[in-house]
Design a protein around this ligand. Structure first.
Ligand code: HMG
Ligand code: MG
Length: 309
């Protein structure tokens, strides 16, 4: 069944966290803060800033507390951080986040590689985090990784995804993100998974997190829209990847999603031009070619306009 497209969608910008966590060379804390500031100036109101995880596992996120300490707080702005366990939660709380994110996996193999525990053990680690988040009135979000395919296991049964949707819902999550960590999903698969998830909790509490490895991410977001999902994660300049998912390339670029939504007349609250400038800048900072197709096209158009002025 096709839903009417929404007038407004909500984008969580994950560039500073998912986008940078996999960068091999250390990136200066000042650059991360500048990135966050530029994203906020572009209109971002939901910013996934960092992770409170083991610095031995993910060295790039070791400055989580410092980055959060130097960001502004304001009404309507949600700053979030990944917290795999109570230790991470306590550090996130001390850093005054608005939202904590627990992250599980729809495959046992990925759960072990990513968090050194089984899926069932991960839920037991999340339980006190969820309770503490509620006690401190913090928003609680879950992300379910490898929901469409796992780099170690291969195919992931729908039932494994829905089982985790139920378990994280029962922990009291305000929002559950379903993630295509390795970017293999196609539209019909996406629709099947989100339609099944929507039988477990209201659509407005589901979000889509797509990586663009096979170039299907924008199409997959459109598939979600048709199911009635209107919350998405994306990363400026298409940055990103998971250190425990080899070969997985970046997130869907925020610029590419903004172009899709602009064409559909859907409001995002974000400024595309500012996002393109930020995307060009951060790509230079991490020493990578600018990976947003829309961003490259719009930047070239701008250069042409300047040359002929
Ligand atoms: P562990 O080794 O099983 O944990 O790791 P442990 O409790 O035995 O502790 C071992 C050491 O880690 C101890 O330090 C702890 O203090 C420390 P030591 O005594 O050796 O010096 N430690 C911590 N330090 C800081 N913050 C913490 C913390 N917890 C323990 N919270 C753990 C378990 C989960 C910590 C580890 O496996 C880990 O950090 N994994 C990193 C996972 C990660 O960040 N993955 C990338 C994000 S997920 C992702 O990208 C997918 C997503 O984007 C969606 C998608 O695309 O699919 C969300
Ligand atoms: Mg991701």
């Amino acid at each position: 069944m096709l839903n009417t497209l929404p007038a407004r969608v909500f984008i969580t910008e994950v560039g500073p966290r998912d986008g940078l966590q996999n960068e091999k060379s250390p990136l200066a804390t000042d650059v991360k803060i500048k990135l966050c500031e530029r994203l906020l100036a572009a209109g971002v109101s939901q910013l996934e800033v960092t992770s409170f995880v083991s610095p031995k596992w993910v060295p790039q996120m070791a400055d989580a507390a410092e980055v959060l300490a130097r960001l502004p707080r304001r009404e309507g702005l949600t700053l979030s951080a990944l917290t795999p366990n109570l230790k991470g939660f306590e550090a996130a709380l001390a850093s005054r986040v608005d939202e904590v994110v627990i992250f599980g996996a729809a495959s046992e193999a990925f759960s072990m590689r990513n968090t050194n525990c089984s899926v069932a053990e991960s839920i037991e680690r999340f339980r006190p985090v969820a309770l503490a988040a509620k006690a401190h009135f913090l928003r609680l979000r879950a992300v379910i990784s490898v929901a469409f395919g796992c780099p170690y296991q291969g195919d992931v049964p729908l039932e494994s995804v829905i089982d985790l949707v139920r378990r994280t819902r029962d922990l009291g999550c305000d929002e559950i993100g379903i993630a295509d960590t390795i970017g293999v999903a196609t539209v019909s698969h996406v629709k099947r998974v989100f339609e099944a998830a929507a039988r477990e909790l209201p659509l407005n509490r589901l979000s889509g997190h797509f990586h663009d490895t096979y170039g299907q991410a924008v199409a997959n977001v459109y598939g979600c829209l048709e199911v009635g999902v209107h919350r998405f994660d994306s990363a400026v300049a298409g940055l990103g990847g998971c250190p425990y998912a080899r070969g997985a390339t970046g997130n869907v670029a925020t610029e590419d999603l903004l172009w899709l939504f602009k064409g559909l007349g859907i409001d995002t609250g974000l400024n595309l031009d500012a996002m393109v400038q930020t995307g060009q800048w951060i790509s230079g900072q991490v020493g990578r070619p600018y990976a947003s197709r829309v961003g490259v096209a719009l930047a070239a158009r701008q250069t042409e306009a300047e040359a002929s002025a």
